[in-house]
Design a protein around this ligand. Sequence first.
Ligand SMILES: [Zn+2]
Length: 413
Amino acid sequence: MWARAVPIVLWGDEGTHNFKSWMLFSWMLDVSLWRTNSKASRNLAFACPVNMYRSHEKVNQTLQALLQAVQADLDGLAKGLEVCGEAAQLIDCVHVWTFHVVACKGDLKYLAQSLNLTRFPGCEEVCFRCLASMGRQDPSLVYTDLSEAAAWRTRPAPDPWSERPCLSLLDGFSLRMVSTDWMHTWHLGVARDLVGAAMKICLKSQFWPGPNLARRFSAVQRRLNDFKAQHGLQMHLKRLSKSRLAWEDGTCPEFKSSAADTGVMIRFVASELSDRLPPEPYEGLAACAWLADQLQEAVMRAGLFLSDSEVEQTLMYGRAFLASYMKLAKLANVRRELYFKVRPKFHYLTHLIEDVQTRPSRRSLGWDSCWIDEDWVKVNLRMLRRMSARTCHEHLLYRNLIVVRHELEKRGR
Ligand SMILES: [Zn+2]
């Protein structure tokens, strides 16, 4: 039976078009041959303007109603031929094909709304997976505690919702299917904080030569351009600046650019700090940046399932990185300097790294990154631009069907 079971991944995200936000919900075959081509692999299930949302007792009723219809359809697909006989016969005349959801992806905003989460960043309890919290009510549960004996690791957590969400009724659903994705947690989270802190610490000292900050920015820009040329890398960001590092925002520095740019900057910072030690007392930054680079490389290199050595590598680099980053954050805190922010995403990163050894499927972290899904949102927003505002939510579905068919036919020839 399982030889004809097809894994499906669900994904939701918001995009903005003409000052109006849209929720786009899609599904894709996890083993699609064209998963890196968004038009050939992503299938739109619904598109809903966010201003149409209606909520009751902190539950997004509109989204739940839409997801209820999706859940009913997916449960039908999980039963196979009995329910979707005609479609299955088109694929194979004799055997039954069944379709099973294996992962629910999306950013934290979407996950909180689609799963009616009561524990997510912004609340006292920050994690839907465990009882980790800000530590205001119970300091033993603080999410910055990375020790093996941390209370959030050992204390059993109840369901993270007050009202059962429709997605949890899916055949075979488990919270282990749900996780934040690598791109949002790493590239748009912890890695941004690391790059921001590293750049500001080094620019404030004489790490890159120059009598003033402007000259040092020019010097590092030249180094960065050389590094990109040498390794054949590209960045959206044309010029580093104070505003790109949130230098004067009165908060911890953060590298403000795209996820792909952050990936390049991690490599650049690790390379720069491999030759010379960063200024005192943040010498540990060199090891932290190197570990970050190794971790990101190990995650992005892996395929769908991790091998034994990939599990070992991810755990080794990941744990060492988490410990070194936390050490730097504590040092900055003692010195009352605003560096190395430890945000709830850092806690989600801890889960992502440590889960690689307990996930029964050994599903890789990089496999669930949302690079292509983000691209697919842009494709849909471009389609929306050419449609009437009155009928676009319906016509977008039709248009998607035509695009998917066209793309598959192109590749089937
Ligand atoms: Zn947690």
